[in-house]
Design a protein around this ligand. Structure first.
Ligand SMILES: [Zn+2]
Length: 261
């Protein structure tokens, strides 16, 4: 049974065909997926979908992406915080810093990131981190939350350079479609070196489409190509990898393991 630990069927690109996408995911062996919110409306849709698609193992994460931080100022909207109490919500995010696009001013991103980490510390829910070209600043904010918040570095992009510190913080690293791309040798090296109990796999669909389908929208069914590449990089069988990732996801998110794992 496969896990997609980060997907956006709630995005406008995928929303219309969400039912078909769920069926294809199930047919590909995906037994659990985490639908991640990027702003208030998107988070509300993630929660609604997690309820609508319970039979497909859908759960939700709610939060504000750094791109959207400028729309909210410094304080978290109360309706967002209310969503975190829903029974299908198992994590907060995505939250973080994105200095590649810089769609929100950096000081606003930093304040908003810290506010969401405080929220994670209060609720005890793990934080899903989106960090792009901002690792030094992100780590300096995260150091204040070490041992207070469980961290998932979504689409881990810190390379080998930051891996030790991330692991020292207790962080989990999620790898996605990029690991399948031709030029991603360093990411495959990260995949090989990650401790078995810190590894998660994801699609981040509709983005980050794995190599065989690059150029098309991504979807949870394609997570199996991420599994194949990572199993090869780690020299483990697909069954062993699938069982390990399912255990890791159950540990981090607190959901029930899939019955046949
Ligand atoms: Zn995402």
């Amino acid at each position: 049974m496969l896990i997609d630990s980060h997907c956006h069927p709630n995005s406008k690109e995928l929303r219309q065909d969400a039912g078909g996408l769920m069926k294809r995911a199930q047919a590909a062996g995906v037994g659990r997926m985490l639908i991640v919110g990027c702003d208030l409306e998107d988070s509300a849709e993630a929660v609604a979908m997690a309820h609508r698609f319970v039979e497909y193992g859908a759960y939700a994460a709610v939060g504000i992406h750094p791109h959207e931080a400028a729309r909210y100022g410094e304080s978290l909207p109360q309706p967002l915080m209310d969503l975190a109490g829903d029974g299908r919500v198992v994590a907060l995010g995505e939250m973080g810093l994105d200095y590649y696009y810089d769609l929100s001013p950096r000081d606003v991103q930093q304040k908003f990131f810290a506010a969401q980490l405080e929220w994670a510390a209060r609720t005890g829910l793990p934080a899903i981190l989106h960090i792009r070209d901002a690792m030094p600043d992100a780590l300096s904010i995260l150091r204040d939350f070490k041992d207070k918040v469980r961290l998932l570095f979504h689409c881990y992009g810190g390379g080998l350079e930051y891996l030790d510190e991330v692991l020292d913080m207790g962080g989990f690293c999620a790898l996605g479609g990029a690991v399948t791309w031709k030029r991603s040798d360093e990411l495959r090296e990260v995949a090989a070196r990650l401790p078995a109990d810190r590894l998660l796999l994801e699609t981040d669909c509709p983005y980050m489409t794995p190599a065989p389908f690059r150029g098309k929208p991504n979807e949870p069914a394609y997570v199996r190509y991420v599994y194949e590449t990572v199993a090869t990089a780690r020299s483990v069988s697909s069954e062993e990898l699938a069982a390990q990732v399912a255990r890791n996801a159950a540990n981090l998110f607190g959901w029930e393991e899939c019955p046949d794992v």
